[in-house]
Ligand binder design. Structure first.
Ligand code: 5GP
Ligand code: MN
Length: 312
């Protein structure tokens, strides 16, 4: 990230007192980590910060200090608004209406970003929004901030396994570990604390796996959530299991949100650009992880997506 962009952001922050920091709905580790890290950083600098995630974060992030201070709705006026990890403002809700563009900073790594801010730091070559923030915060954080940043990088790279893990990503991870981040502890907190209900849900979901050439399809129905005493929040990290089979290049997870709405997640090992596929259905994301929401029931959505995707 260039020094001029950092200077522009710092000037805007310096001239502001009341700041709203927010990220996207159904927050993942990068959304949670980036909101916490930047909020704590701004609070340390003496700012009055409101941190917002419109939906409750998944339970795996409950160990992060600062998570309890996040609200799910904000009204009124702020001196500065900072959007994190959002390709477009429609990816969030419960934020004040009519945010003046000149007061809006957009920091993100989605290539589909719509440059909706007055200042736009959009860097698709970065693994995560947290990786971008590291370059702004570097020497001025504390352990809580570094833990949050590490968590965002860890989760958006699937534990440093996805192709978005660059040499720079790993160097940033090392930097954070050198500053005291306990990487093994964070991995355990994030990846090794499934509830028994979630394990049962995963097992039911694995049973639904269907293979079509180099593509795999998995389903989670409302009935399965009910049977296992789980909620939609427990489903977020299950998507990756669509890709773990040998020879599978594209994984699709269908989640029944209601009788009239289905969430579709796409994952790729690199052969298919799932951002492009998801955009075809009104969604988006990254080359290797993307999603969309279809206002149809599970059955119709599956039929519709299969027709377009299975023969690719
Ligand atoms: P997931 O499948 O985990 O919900 O999302 C994977 C990635 O795709 C995330 O980076 C997320 O931000 C992006 N994504 C998911 N759904 C949508 C959508 O409806 N629109 C856009 N633009 N991006 C999405
Ligand atoms: Mn992200």
């Amino acid at each position: 990230m260039d020094k001029e962009s950092i200077a522009v952001i710092e000037q805007l922050i310096e001239n502001s007192d009341k700041i709203l920091v927010f990220a996207h709905k159904r927050p993942d580790g990068d959304a949670v980590g980036s909101v916490i890290a930047l909020s704590l950083f701004l609070e340390n600098a003496g700012k009055k910060v409101t941190s917002l995630l419109p939906d409750t974060p998944p339970p795996e992030y409950d160990f992060l200090k600062g998570i309890d201070g996040i609200v799910n709705k904000a009204k009124g006026e702020f001196d500065l608004y900072i959007s994190l990890d959002e390709a477009d403002l429609s990816r969030t809700y419960n934020i004040p209406e009519n945010i003046p563009k000149e007061k809006l900073i957009n920091i993100d790594h989605h290539k589909s970003n719509t440059y909706f801010g007055g200042v736009n730091i959009v860097l698709p070559s970065y693994s995560s929004t947290c990786e971008i923030l590291i370059e702004i915060i570097v020497e001025r954080g504390d352990t809580d901030i570094y833990n949050a940043l590490y968590t965002g990088m860890l989760t958006d790279t699937g534990g440093f396994k996805f192709a978005n893990t660059s040499v720079r990503t790993l160097k940033h991870a090392i930097e954070l570990i050198e500053k005291g981040v306990n990487h093994a502890y964070i991995s355990q907190m994030v990846f090794m604390r499934m509830t028994r209900g979630k394990i049962k849900l995963l097992s039911l979901a694995l049973e639904t796996l269907d293979f079509y050439g180099d593509k795999a399809i998995m389903t989670i129905s409302l009935d399965m959530l009910k049977k296992t005493g789980t909620t939609m929040k427990d489903t977020e990290s299950i998507t990756g299991y669509t890709l773990i089979t040998r020879g599978i290049e594209l994984g699709i997870l269908f989640r029944e949100e209601s009788k009239t709405r289905t969430r579709v997640s796409f994952r790729s090992k690199g052969k298919y650009d799932v951002d492009l596929i998801a955009r075809g259905f009104g969604g988006g994301g990254h080359k290797e992880a993307a999603g969309c929401t279809i206002d149809e029931n599970l059955h119709t959505t599956m039929k519709m997506i299969k027709e377009k995707v299975i023969d690719l």
